[in-house]
Design a protein around this ligand. Sequence first.
Ligand code: GCB
Length: 595
Amino acid sequence: MKRCLLLPFSFLLLVGGASAAPAPSTLIANIGGRTTLSLNGAWRAIVDPFDNGKSGFFRNEKPRSKSDRVEYSFDASPVLNVPGDWNTQRDQLMFYEGTVWYRREFNYRKREGSRAFVYFGAVNYQATVYLNGEKLGEHEGGFTPFNFEATSVLRDGGNFLIVAVNNVRRPDGVPAMKFDWWNYGGITGDVSLVEVPATFIQDYSVQLSRGSQNAIAGWVQLNGSQPAQKITLEIPEAGVRQTFVPDAAGRASFRFTAKLDLWSPEHPKLYDVVLSTATDAVHDEIGFRVIEVQGTQILLNGKPIFLRGISMHEEAPFRGGRAFSPEDSQTLLGWAKDLGCNFVRLAHYPHSEHEIRLADRMGLLVWSEIPVYWDIDWTNPATLANAEAQLRDMIARDHNRAAVIFWSVSNETPVKPERLTFLTQLAQDARVLDSTRLVTSAMNHVDNASADVRTLSDPLGNALDVLGLNEYLGWYGGRPEDGDKMQWKTALAKPLIVSEFGGGAQFGRRGDADEIWTEEYQDNLFQHQLPMLERIPNLAGMTPWVLMDFRSPLRMLPGVQDYHNRKGVISDRGERKLAFFTLQRFYKKLADAGK
Ligand code: GCB
């Protein structure tokens, strides 16, 4: 049995102050480039509110005779679709927080010399995985992928995979007890059985070296008993062919130069990159670009870029629920493109790999975030280890995607010393794990020096490359018109992204601009915000809150919210509100002016 969550390595750092790299991820990179058997589809599911299944549901029993007293049966239980949250598949489960036991049967033909892993794209929140009655491992964290080796437990012929999924909120969890999105439970990402050779290419980083437009630097990690195999890296279109021999731990590092056509939103060029050994070969599509900070500007490929963005949840358009499919991603990112965006903030947790890869192909820059949100248990070493593992696995999955330019370590966390220690550690981890991207966080701690001046003054800014500011002037305080005079400043001379602003509106509710919940109110708010933001000298971009209305248990007003956060510029049914068009016009103006 392997535990996916590694030891709280940084607890020592918290008390000792020394720095170390996080324990390496066990994730197999680029699952789409491997030999896989999909385990998506209809799984039998037993809803278990009292955790009775702990007594042994992993054994997959059922009453077999008239006198057999077994009080559960997967065979007789209804199905839930995977991937998918359980909340939107059965009315009874909309508000459910508890355990559901899932079972999937499948046939397998064992192949001599190969290894197999079960791979989960995401399970919210806690997963315990059993194969053929044996525990393979546990995983905590609702949005990051994980895999467990299944080689020795797999049988030739029929197999059964059982997963106990629990989505109960926990004070020591990440996120913890309160967050402004639906706590969708279930196996929300794709599941597959991955077949690899005995020694295989587990992960690799093939990226431009920090600051260079022609030096590719990176590493390859082999996994298996014969690590001393020659590795070949080819980028046929760029005429690259390099070979390396890894060390005894199966790791090879490299650096070489190449003439490359750089990736950008206007020109999202991806190259076929092939890594191979005598027994394994993996193809990936990789773009090459440089992202840097110079003073208060963000530079893409050496040139200043203004990030015309939008924040978004991974909520399914039209049907509601957790989005999971390539079609969902296509709709959501397509709307961001229609708005005129070159950038998306994927709030508040890692979104699916489909979405990130689509952003790579569409030319949308990405802010990617872990769910360190509002208040969590800052002094608990297990909570820190959990947040670090989520950060590490988000980076492990997406570190070859050109679209991703920011790792965000948190959102709107309260300023206090123990939180600063915690988040500074995460920022440091992100740099150790990936030296080529920028580190950010969405903050909201401001000083009001005078009625018309607000200064972002969170000390966390010292640990970041780019500052994120969530401000709700005209919604959680003041009037939209207050924006006409307001000046925003930052205590640090770093690039600023206004990572949230906005207000609620119900699509189709029309009225005066001072009538709350109308499209006019929201639109008026945008009309006063946009000129205000343009006056901020170090503004490098913005991601208004939010692309589409989304479900939230905190938003209860009947007839208006009905458990939805209504700050979308598009409704959950795909209808565009007035503010959508105001923002679209603004972004067009910026794009026309070359911003
Ligand atoms: C915030 C949070 C976001 C909420 C939003 C709101 O500051 O970061 O998750 O949904 O405000 O609507 O209040």
